[in-house]
Design a protein around this ligand. Sequence first.
Ligand SMILES: [Mg+2]
Length: 338
Amino acid sequence: MKITDVRAVQPVAENSPPDWRTSLGQILVAVETDVGLTGYGVGGGGLAGVHVVQTILRDLLLDSDPEPIERLWQAMYQATLPFGRKGIAIMAISGVDLALWDLRGRAAGVPVAELLGGKVGEPIPTYVTVWDEIPPELVQSHRAFKLHVENQEDVRGLLERARSVVGPDCELMIDAWMRWDLETTLQVAEQTADLDLAWIEEPLPADDFAGYARLAAKSPIPIAGGEHEFTAAGFAEIIERRLHQVLQPDVCWVGGLTELLKIYRSAREAGLRVCPHRGSEIWALHAIAAVDPQPLAESGRPWMTWVGGQPPIVDGFIRPTDRPGFGAEIDEDQLQTL
Ligand SMILES: [Mg+2]
């Protein structure tokens, strides 16, 4: 099999938020082959990501065999080193890597989860993020809940009310989206230590390794992070120094499935948990189904409706479909693109 084209577009998504998630929104990558198979993946970086795919990465991959993916990943990483390593270039590589994995699944006629030695039929519990109080009618819709708390004055009060709504056995988490400092985080952790929180997410900026080291040593609650970290190499120090107890790589940004699998392996050796960012989107879901010892899938971006074939969340559980590859159904003729 030979790669005959590598294309990328930024689809327009209705109701996407008016911030970086739209201006540097998710991109669709298609890898075409001479046997008529097309693999699809999703990466990030908006039109800047599209440009990286359609120039450097396309030039590199044209006429190549799409296997082995791991070798192509290294070549893409190497080719983007002068301007890459983290951020938009790796988000672009993520989309190509996922398209190559999709192609591998489609060529073999099996879902990606099965390529990874897993099954697709098992239900995976899901969680959702809530911006304030948890509406009681939502409690049956997910198995766990995360509260966005960076602007909350009374985090303990909010969490006490949340705990009473969801009950004692439901996992509860909080996310501070890189807006707190060490002192605030430790204060909140100590004040809420008895409320059985599963984790405090991204309290500090992602590069504050010194802060995270102090936090990890002192916090009575596990610390989560990593959705804004890139590649397995980027996660290596976080894992080695145990800066986070819960790792949250985003497969569409971190370098694709190739990197997510490496992070799963290192985390398992270190005894750390992985809970991929927006893991219920099909791109991470197959890895969760196949290799995650403590599966929990975060609900996806509701505006990503241009990716067809996304299985529904039913009563707090999701199952990857048995369609080949990631099971994406993309109608390129219907896509509105930037
Ligand atoms: Mg987060």
